[in-house]
Design a protein around this ligand. Structure first.
Ligand SMILES: Nc1ncnc2c1ncn2[C@@H]1O[C@H](COP(=O)(O)OP(=O)(O)OP(=O)(O)O)[C@@H](O)[C@H]1O
Length: 583
């Protein structure tokens, strides 16, 4: 476990070692006062003469040692914290770097709650290991070791007596560790489930309210919070007896030493001053042992968290090359594409070509695999079989950055950061001037709603873009794509019905985005793609048919069916409109 953590500490590993050394020097200062005290007690008990100077110097010695102990303790902790927080920084940056290289699917499967817990809580808990458990634990353990060495030098019989209670305490501690470890996975699974449910509950509050699902959603929330409580209580219940046992036995080092040691003195096996010293020292070892072992009880939890982090760090990255784009043009070839999100395959050998500068529409029923195919092209996932080539170059041979320079993916739900709309659009091209951003906004038909806003394009988008309507958010994302000006556009057409004015604006914005580009559009409204160069019909993960609107109307029963369905849906819209309804 330590080896893994130290890999992220880098050079700060030396600072952790330094903190241990400083704290251990402090330990010497902690033990020395007992020797000075002994030097005063011993002549008193033996009725030997003492000078004032002799006593004062020893008291000064005790005071200096206590000050030194405090100084070394603070210094050691300052060093250990410096190392710990640099390591946390490295860990968070490494995790972020890792996430960037993982397939998006792996990240989404984790859930926001688990990722937040990993980034913030789990990594933060490593601070306990590096800043406290390790340096303080080592220092606290070396106190009893030094004390016992001194005791053995003074009187080995009395030293042995004070060790009698130790094995019992250690057995209790071992049991606590064993039980804690065995329940840890269930405990953390419950914590992770609760985290994800809470995040989902907060994110989905709007839907919950709109569909009156408060009760249902609250039940899930309540169940998971209860589940966490039950697991935690069960875990503590299993650990409590052992925790109580080791907490009470370990500090009672004098439990046997006091009565048996007194008998030793009466029998002449030991001297009274030696017994006094051993007893004094016995009281000094209890709390350091407890503190050191207390840190040990956090190790099962830390171990679990570090293993979870490691699993994430070792997850297979997406396959990507280091070269830049070297394709001959921007034609696209899907060659026998197979793909499975988990075990079940959702694309079963899809092959087709997209000519440079052409418009290809992907259509098919919900769940037929349209978005999956688009996501494979933008390399959110690695294909399970087959190849995707742009201009003859396999997309796995170029870096993700190189591929991203060639493609703009405009999905239905684009995230808007809580900064100005201007900066949100500039994400398309960070080098664009304000004028260029505004021009892109104009082309994407954003002007109309921007002029309505008090601060225009300088308005804050709000948390996740919540200040804008769905159509407005989509036009912002189209402005981003215009600014990016990539040669290939992958567009997920909006499924939601729009009012005619909004639809007209959206179509004008889309026309601007796809001008002179190689375009793949996931079409949900067939009326909008009748002029496409080719239409691909996907059905249950297979390419059912491919051709122009007229060719497909002639040759494909599936297309005829979809077209008829689209026509009657349009007719339904017209009739409800005529009937004075919403449309
Ligand atoms: N992240 C995911 N994990 C597991 N399965 C998924 C995931 N995303 C999609 N699927 C499954 O893959 C299949 C294809 O889904 P996809 O989203 O590509 O269909 P689609 O044709 O784009 O549907 P729609 O028109 O509703 O967007 C479906 O069976 C879907 O349930």
């Amino acid at each position: 476990m330590l080896k893994k953590v130290f890999e992220y500490a880098g050079d700060y590993r030396k600072t952790t070692y330094a903190s241990m050394i400083v704290l251990m020097i402090g330990v010497v200062a902690y033990v020395a006062p007992f020797i000075f005290a002994y030097q005063i007690i011993q002549p008193l008990l033996m009725h030997e003469a003492l000078t004032l100077e002799y006593v004062v110097w020893r008291i000064v010695g005790i005071a200096v040692c206590l000050i030194l102990y405090a100084v070394f303790y603070i210094w050691g902790l300052a060093l250990s914290h410096r190392s710990a927080y640099h390591t946390l920084e490295n860990l968070r940056i490494s995790l972020q770097g890792k996430l960037e290289k993982l397939p998006l699917g792996t990240i989404q499967e984790k859930g926001v709650g688990s990722l937040k817990k990993m980034f913030i809580d789990d990594i933060e808990s490593i601070e306990i290991l590096l800043a406290h458990a390790l340096p303080e634990g080592v220092a606290n353990l070396s106190i009893p070791i030094m004390v016992y060495i001194t005791m053995f030098i003074v009187d080995w019989k009395l030293a042995l007596l004070s060790l009698v209670s130790l094995p019992l305490g250690l057995i209790a501690m071992g049991m606590l560790y064993k039980i804690g470890m065995s329940e840890m996975n269930t405990y953390y699974a419950a914590a992770q489930k609760m985290n994800n449910t809470i995040v989902e509950y907060i994110n989905g509050m709007e839907v919950v309210k709109v569909f009156n699902r408060d009760g249902e959603s609250y039940h899930r929330f309540e169940n998971d919070v209860r589940g966490y409580r039950d697991f935690t209580l069960a875990w503590y219940k299993a650990c409590w007896p052992w925790m109580a046992l080791y907490n009470s036995i370990l500090p009672c080092v004098a439990m046997v030493t006091l009565p048996v040691g007194a008998w030793f003195v009466l029998q002449g096996y030991s001297t009274l001053p030696d017994l006094a010293l051993v007893l004094c020292m016995s009281f000094a070892v209890g709390s350091p042992i407890l503190r050191a072992l207390g840190f040990m009880s956090t190790i099962p939890q830390l171990n679990y968290k570090i293993e979870t982090l490691e699993t994430m760090m070792n997850a297979d990255p997406i396959i990507q090359g280091t070269t830049s784009f070297a394709g001959s043009d921007h034609s696209i070839r899907f060659e026998d594409i197979h793909f499975a999100y988990k075990e079940e395959e959702v694309l079963h050998g899809v092959s087709f070509d997209v000519k440079e500068g052409s418009l290809t529409a992907l259509i098919g029923e919900s769940g037929s695999g349209k978005s999956t195919l688009a996501k494979l092209l933008v390399h959110y996932y690695d294909v399970s079989g087959g190849t995707i080539k742009i201009g003859g170059q396999d997309i796995r041979d170029m870096s993700l950055e190189a591929l991203n320079n060639e493609i703009s993916y405009v999905s239905q739900e684009q995230f808007l950061f809580n900064t100005t709309l201007l900066e949100n659009i500039r994400i398309g091209n960070l080098n664009a001037s304000d004028e260029e951003v505004m021009e892109a906004a104009r082309k994407a038909q954003c002007e109309e709603f921007l002029t309505r806003l008090d601060k225009g394009i300088h308005t804050m988008a709000g948390d996740g873009g919540k200040q804008l309507s769905g159509g407005e958010r989509q036009r912002i994302s189209l402005a981003r794509a215009i600014l990016k000006d990539a040669p290939i556009i992958v567009l997920d057409e909006a499924t939601a019905f729009m009012d005619p004015e909004n639809e007209e604006k959206m179509n004008a914005a889309i026309a601007e985005v796809i001008k002179n580009k190689t375009v793949i559009v996931i079409a949900h409204r067939l009326q909008s793609i009748v002029n496409a160069d080719q239409i691909c019909i996907l059905k249950d993960g297979n390419l059912e048919a491919i051709g122009t609107h007229n060719e497909l109307l002639k040759d494909s029963d599936e297309y005829k069916r979809l077209w008829q369905a689209a026509q009657s849906s349009a007719a339904w819209k017209v009739s409800t409109k005529e009937g004075g309804n919403k449309e």
